[in-house]
Design a protein around this ligand. Structure first.
Ligand SMILES: Nc1nc(O)c(N)c(N[C@@H]2O[C@H](COP(=O)(O)O)[C@@H](O)[C@H]2O)n1
Length: 156
């Protein structure tokens, strides 16, 4: 079985990085995983002031648009670190929201696929053959949750 997700207001939309579930990482509260992920592109660069600005943006799409704006300088190691940045943020989301952890665990062994019509890295892209790295990360986090059902954050 395969579970597809993409838009927040559609089935399994809570698996999207745009879902309105705050995370606390690096000493700050971020409105969504997307806010955190996009802000990390600018850590240590001449555009580092964007990190705090992105954190304050009112919608994850604005965070994504800012993070993708080619006029801003990304950190040079972004391609090397972006998967670990995403993993850290997605772990934080699911380990700090017990109701989301339960929803993820309830998917059992189903394949999880970000059904993005444009993104062949994080999603499956327009013809379904993309790398689906976000789905892979969600399945990894699901395995981690299953391995520690007594985690205190899941016992609220
Ligand atoms: N819900 C949603 N809407 C979009 O328009 C999207 N592109 C995505 N995908 C997410 O975008 C992030 C990747 O951004 P970069 O291309 O690396 O700037 C990542 O969080 C995808 O899951 N989702």
């Amino acid at each position: 079985m395969t579970i597809y997700f993409y838009q927040v207001d559609q089935p399994y939309g809570v698996f999207s990085n745009f879902s309105p579930h705050p995370i606390t990482l690096d000493g700050y509260r971020w409105p969504t995983v997307e806010h955190y992920y996009q802000a990390q592109k600018f850590v240590g660069t001449r555009d580092a002031a964007l990190v705090a600005k992105i954190r304050e943006l009112p919608h994850p799409m604005l965070a994504a648009q800012t993070g993708r704006n080619p006029r801003y300088q990304r950190r040079p190691d972004w391609e090397q670190v972006k998967c670990n940045v995403m993993l850290k943020a997605v772990q934080c989301k699911f380990f700090s929201h017990p109701e989301l952890a339960q929803m993820l665990l309830q998917t059992g062994t189903a394949a999880l696929v970000e059904n993005s019509p444009i993104d062949t890295y994080w999603g499956c892209g327009p013809n379904g053959t993309g790398c689906n790295h976000l789905g892979q990360i969600l399945m990894q986090v699901r395995q981690e949750l299953a391995s520690c059902p007594a985690h205190p954050l899941l016992n609220h």
